[in-house]
Design a protein around this ligand. Sequence first.
Ligand SMILES: *Cc1c(COP(=O)(O)O)cnc(C)c1O
Length: 818
Amino acid sequence: MTMYSHGSNFDKEQFQRELRQVLKSQLAVIEKNATTKDWYLALGRVLSQYTSMNLLDTEAFIDGEKTRKINYLSLEFLIGRLTGNNLINLGLYEKIEEALQEMDLALSDILEEERDPALGNGGLGRLAACFMDSLASQALPAVGYGLHYEYGLFKQSFAAGRQVESPDTWREALGYPWERRRPELTQTVGFWGHVEQYSDDRGKLRKRWVPGLKVEGIAWDLPVVGYQNEITLPLRLWECHTGDPFDLARFNEGDFVGAQYPVLEASNITKVLYPNDNHEQGKTLRLMQQYFHCACSVGDILRRHLALGRELKTLPKLETIQLNDTHPVIAIPELMRLLIDDHDLSWDEAWDICTRTFAYTNHTLLPEALETWSEGLIAHLLPRHMEIIFDINHELMVKVQQQWPGDIGKMSKLSIIQEGDHRQVRMANLAVVTSYAVNGVAALHSDLVKRDLFPEFDKLYPRKLTNVTNGVTPRRWIKACNPALSSIITEKLGDGWIRELSEIEGLKAFADDKEFQQAFMTVKKANKQKLADWVEEHHGITLNTDAIFDVQIKRLHEYKRQHLNLLHILSLYHRLLNEPEFDIHPRVFIFAAKAAPGYAIAKDIIYAINRVAETVNNDQRLNDKLKVIFLPDYRVSLAELIIPAADISEQISTAGKEASGTGNMKLAMNGALTIGTMDGANVEIREEVGDDNIFIFGLKVDEVKALQARGYDSFIYYDSDPQLKACLNMLQDDTFTPERPGELISVARNLLDYGDPYLVLADFSAYCDAQCAVDKSYRDQSSWAKKAILNTALTSKFSSDRSIQDYANNIWRLSSVR
Ligand SMILES: *Cc1c(COP(=O)(O)O)cnc(C)c1O
């Protein structure tokens, strides 16, 4: 398409000239004074000129297509660093590496200068980023819509073992080189105010919303580069600008401070990403973020559609809007409002369009994560939207009455409005009622959505509820983060697996091949060494690379049960010190996790792990058998360093709580064996790799339910298991906190006095047995190598390319657009 779009027409001298030019003219730096950071910025700017052109060409190409376009709406896109990945996808990595080498510059050093844009919390945001990569790589017409937060997820450090948060300034002083401002796409967004009735020129009674305040949405595009296919899709992020600094009406009434207040609030709309994962707080500013995001995105979708001279009634045929969780669900009444109030469609016409345009992805069953908003708040902030929600609900209640005549219980359960002293709007109900498809994110999770969360909706709308198992992009999570593994795969199979991961199954044939086993384990060892060197350099802790690298990296959450992992570590520590016969293969336990700043017990668990690490790592009696390290500031680039080095992947959530997990997929693809419960996508990983190549333990969903129904009492386990008792006692005495005995007691209390809500103690003994099996298994290196190879060979199902194909075939109903 353009001269830059593919590696094959790369002009090295021209690139070197451009790089020097940008350094001097845009960054005002002379070459001999340039730091690695300066070179990173210059490189990013040069490359982003290439991708900007590809992006505009792709946009023009997409506009010309008569196929359906996908609009992926998400409050989070956890994209990670772009430079290295874009180089790979542009097909320019080696060429640029060589061009830089001639200038005495090391590409790998330059890439380390990029700060991860952390515009997401965890799995949900990372999924959106993997999906954009897969959409672009499969040449599907799509736009990702998100928010341009000034501050992404906080940076984490530890002070004396406790989490400290600091702001994430991902754009730094000189800006982020990959983003492009698109002033011509600016949207206007209203808040507050009132609804007016009026007669239009034909005498028809109509409504219009008169907002009390208007703000502007400025678009920034980040390039999503398809894998060597000349396609670049926009990830469009909206930034809020408040124009007029005063509410003039109130100002004139003498309310000087009050006049600024709404503007002050509005000017913070895209200031910061809310740091909660699987937990909603119900803050007004958060709802303002959500509406701002939706108004800008829906406005942009309609603008594109109408600019091409298309009729509104063809919207569902040409555009689909995928809602990533309920965070963007306010887009539904927004589209209704625009169609009815601005474009004069009837309710039925507008409803028909909406119910064929939206699809919704459910990400969780956890009650604290299911969004509800106070009716009063919505009515105040978005009065017209609240009216529309009531009207949608009215139609729903009529339908429920037809299905279950006289059943008040069904009405109150399914109603979008939750009754009570403070009425709440249930965003998931609004999403299910309106969407043409609703999907869970793993087979087990989708079954539970049907069976436990929305059984009545499943009856009311047969076939609407479905499954699309999550996936991760093999470009970032194998090719880019594990080049050594990629080389030995490509040596055996060619490089087709990067585009079509199912080809990696060819490795199965080499699982028993001693030479390949050796090569595979050599790669693993080198990756462990790389991680160990990094840990030594940054944290001064020496890791033995002969040890099993046992990894639990994910958000800190009780349901993910980092404290179960901790209890097992305590049991190893206790037994190594107290049982002369007890021995283990050396093990390094690696944690990385951020806790939401307001999540007290999660922060206490981090503190406990850090204190245990300090004691264990310095206990000479252990002979280096046990090391525990908690790496601060978990983020995509840290995941990319840890995952290739992992032998064991900890996926130990309480069954029924983890919707899917995607960390489990990344780790398995890189040859780590999973120790896990029958939860989320673990179930499907087991199906793919087989029982011999995974360590499954613990209560299953129905057993969890049954136990809780019987009345779970964690003290029974404490009293009957001396091993467990010893571990919990260590948390309550001075073993790890000699200066302050009992400092870790909150973790023990949570598991005992507070009832152990996630059944940690119930699964403890089965978990220890599974860990024992891991230890035994690792001692046979050849058999371990085989298992690791089979994990890489048999997890191609978890490519996000396959997820996107499932969406395209079963939900979006796209014809293949290769
Ligand atoms: C993959 C990923 C996650 C999700 O991990 P889970 O184990 O599935 O919860 C979270 N954060 C980052 C940075 C990731 O790369």
